[in-house]
Design a protein around this ligand. Structure first.
Ligand SMILES: Nc1nc2c(ncn2[C@@H]2O[C@H](COP(=O)(O)OP(=O)(O)OP(=O)(O)O)[C@@H](O)[C@H]2O)c(=O)[nH]1
Ligand SMILES: [Zn+2]
Length: 208
C-alpha cells in the first residue's frame, strides 16, 4: 500500500532542525506571585507565621508556575521509509493538568494514536505533546481536541485518535465530592474517525 505524503508538501524538518516547542505562558514573575499568594492566604485567615507556613507562599507560587510550564521539546519526525501503515498507539501516558474553573488539578492518562503518512514521530513526542497541552489552565474536552489537532497539523498523518481519562479534584475533594469518579473524552480525526474498522480498533485499544 502506498503511504501518502504530508499534505501541502510542507517540510516537517526545516533546515534549521526540528521546531522547539514551548508553552503559551510567559516567564513567571515569582516574587509578585509569592506576594499575591501571601495576600490570598492571609485573606483566607491563615497565620503565615505559624511553623511550617512561613515559606508556603513562595512554594505555592513555584508549584503553580511549574504546573503551567511544559518542558520545551523538539518535535522530531522521521521519514516513514519503510511505509509503516498500521496504527501507532501510546497507551496510558500519565498527565496532570489544572481545571480552568477552580485551578485545581485533574490527573489521569492519555492514549494517543496515529496512522502514519509520510513521516513518523519520535515516540516520546506523543507524551511531550500531552504535557504541552496539560500544563495550562484547561478543560478536558479542549485538551483532548488540542492534542489531536496538533498532531494532525504537525505530522500530517492519515488519522489521529486521542482518549483521556481523568479524575478532577474539583469534583472529588470539594463541591459535589464525587470521590472515585472519572471522566473520559475522545477526539478522532481522519481515518480513525471516518473508517469504522479503524475507529473500532482504536477505541478497543484505548479503552480495552
Ligand atoms: N466540561 C468540563 N467541566 C469541567 C471541567 N473541569 C471542571 N469542570 C466543571 O466546571 C464547572 C464550573 O461550574 P460552576 O457552577 O461555575 O462552579 P462551582 O460553583 O464551583 O460548581 P461545583 O463544582 O458544582 O460546586 C463545574 O461543574 C466543574 O465540575 C472540564 O474539564 N470539563
Ligand atoms: Zn474545576
Amino acid at each position: 500500500m502506498t503511504v501518502p505524503q504530508p499534505a501541502g508538501r510542507r517540510s516537517l524538518r526545516p533546515a534549521t532542525g526540528p521546531e522547539v516547542v514551548t508553552g503559551p505562558l510567559p516567564e513567571p514573575d515569582l516574587p509578585a506571585a509569592t506576594a499575591a499568594a501571601r495576600a490570598f492566604l492571609e485573606a483566607l485567615g491563615m497565620d503565615l507565621s505559624a511553623p511550617g507556613l512561613d515559606r508556603t507562599p513562595d512554594r505555592m507560587a513555584r508549584a503553580y508556575a511549574e504546573m503551567f510550564r511544559p518542558r520545551p521539546f523538539e518535535m522530531t519526525t522521521f521519514a516513514n521509509d519503510e511505509g509503516y501503515d498500521e496504527m501507532v498507539v501510546a497507551r496510558d501516558i500519565p498527565f496532570t493538568s489544572v481545571c480552568e474553573h477552580h485551578l485545581l488539578p485533574f490527573t489521569g492518562t492519555a492514549t494517543v494514536a496515529y496512522l502514519p503518512g509520510g513521516r513518523i514521530l519520535g515516540l516520546s513526542k506523543l507524551a511531550r505533546v500531552v504535557e504541552l497541552f496539560a500544563k495550562r489552565p484547561q478543560v478536558q474536552e479542549r485538551m483532548t481536541q488540542q492534542i489531536a489537532r496538533y498532531l494532525q497539523e504537525h505530522l500530517a498523518p492519515r488519522g489521529v485518535g486521542v482518549v483521556l481519562s481523568a479524575e478532577h479534584t474539583c469534583m472529588t475533594v470539594r463541591g459535589v465530592q464525587a470521590r472515585g469518579s472519572s471522566t473520559t473524552t475522545s477526539a478522532l480525526l481522519g481515518r480513525v474517525r471516518e473508517d469504522a474498522r479503524t475507529r473500532q480498533e482504536f477505541l478497543a485499544l484505548a479503552t480495552g
